[in-house]
Design a protein around this ligand. Structure first.
Ligand SMILES: [Zn+2]
Length: 432
């Protein structure tokens, strides 16, 4: 079954095209002070409507994707403002083609190697349909541990399913719950490596019995299925959901789901539909964010840790996005460091160490994030993890995924999740 689906999907992958990104460049830029920072955001986001991939700080460059026809104006404006910049990728379409080729080759290799699949091999990017089929398969084959739950329906009508993993059918209130979700931002494909690896290590190949016996888990691999499918079929760098009816003739569509949760909603995000960080018509206006909300609300007394997996940048970020610190900020930082250290201990040397901090202070102010909402409703340990998507030495960058890194990404992130889970197991017991 898996194999047939794989081959079928592969055909559509191989012939997918990336023409919309022909000639688009990725630039790094630096800001030296607060004033420059304000100017650059105004120019890049409001004036040019560009997609900022990573935000600059005192000791790090920002990254921005600039379409071919905006390059001249981009250079003119930044020069005028005295902001340093340089192109790091001349034509991102070339890298998109490389990624597609690498992933297609990885898929072929796997599908011809395996005749029957009890588990997904963790060295390729899976399509939404494959992940769904896998979850159905797990629930059927491990009924004593795995329950498939339908959390709702996406804007385009797809089921948003997640797994409840428990040896006591979620009936034992003495156990804490750890909730992990990925692919809320659809282009951040590497995130599925973390959730699929977690499922593998909890259900199929469990070597840490305390984690499955003493903790209940909720794993939601594809939080934004419409966007994820669109990122495969049409636009690799699609971030938002696929909500329509927001703008004249649907010239711009989609809501940034990680600005749509109800914490300081609308204060540090965009009200312009065409922008990448458009927060939507209201808090929880989107069916996809309502799914996370309902899970958090339903189990808030037992969820001790929530992890929203994103990419890229190697960060463990904690609330609030506005820069305000929750009362347990020191504990959040401490557990964040445990998670980051555990990953750093086994990461590839070419990739940088994880940095831990409050997202608003460390990176840039934002509002309406999932981790903020989780903290607001009382989840003590709530984080956004920004995974690296590629090996530091590879020929692709940013959100693009090198299949040679997928298993490593799953493994190293799981080391971090384990460290966090073991800490919160104790903290939950002490709190009760
Ligand atoms: Zn993200």
């Amino acid at each position: 079954m898996f194999r047939v689906l794989t081959v079928f999907l592969l055909i559509s992958v191989v012939y997918a095209k990336h023409e919309i990104y022909e000639g688009a460049s990725v630039y790094e830029f630096e800001v030296e002070n607060e004033t420059q920072s304000k100017i650059v955001y105004y120019m890049l986001q409001d004036q040019l409507g560009l997609d900022i991939w990573s935000h600059p700080g005192p000791s790090r460059s920002g990254m921005v994707l600039v379409p071919k026809n905006s390059k001249e104006e981009f250079a003119y404006k930044l020069k005028l403002a005295g902001i340093k910049f340089r192109a790091t990728v001349d034509n991102i379409k070339e890298q998109l083609d490389i990624e597609e080729r690498l992933l297609a080759t990885a898929s072929l290799r796997i599908s011809s190697d395996s005749s029957s699949k009890a588990a997904l091999t963790l060295d390729r990017v899976y399509r939404w349909e494959e992940i769904e089929e896998y979850m159905v398969h797990l629930a059927r084959n491990y009924p004593d541990k795995v329950t498939l739950v339908n959390g709702g329906t996406s804007f385009e009508g797809r089921p948003i399913n997640y797994l409840r993993i428990s040896t006591t059918n979620f009936q034992d209130p003495s156990k804490p719950v750890v909730f992990v979700q990925s692919l809320l931002h659809s282009r951040e494909w590497i995130g599925q490596a973390a959730t699929l690896y977690a499922i593998e290590k909890l259900v199929v190949n469990n070597t840490d019995s305390d984690l499955i016996n003493d903790i209940d888990w909720i794993i939601l691999p594809t939080a934004n299925p419409d966007g994820y499918i669109f990122s495969h079929n049409s636009d690799r760098f699609w971030r938002k959901n696929r909500k329509t009816g927001l703008f004249i003739a649907d010239l711009c569509v989609g809501v940034d789901l990680n600005r749509n949760y109800d914490y300081a909603w609308g204060t540090e995000s965009s009200d312009a539909v065409c922008e990448e960080n458009f927060h939507g018509p209201g808090p929880f206006s989107e069916p996809e964010t309502a799914v996370t909300k309902n899970i958090l609300d339903e189990h808030k007394d037992r969820i001790e840790m929530f992890l929203d997996i994103h990419s890229f940048g190697s960060y463990v970020l904690y609330p609030y996005g506005t820069g305000e610190l929750p009362p347990n900020a020191l504990d959040l930082n401490l557990v964040g460091v445990l998670i980051g250290d555990a990953i750093d201990a086994v990461k590839l040397s070419a990739n940088k160490n994880y940095t831990v901090g409050n997202s608003g202070l460390l990176l840039y102010p934002s509002s309406g994030g999932s981790d903020d909402y989780a903290r607001k409703v009382g989840i003590p340990y709530s984080y956004c993890l920004e995974l690296p998507a590629f090996r530091g030495s590879s020929s692709i960058t940013g959100f693009l995924v090198d299949p040679e890194f997928i298993a490593q990404a799953g493994y190293e992130t799981w080391e971090g999740i384990k460290a966090g889970a073991r800490y919160v197991l104790d903290s939950y017991k002490m709190r009760r």
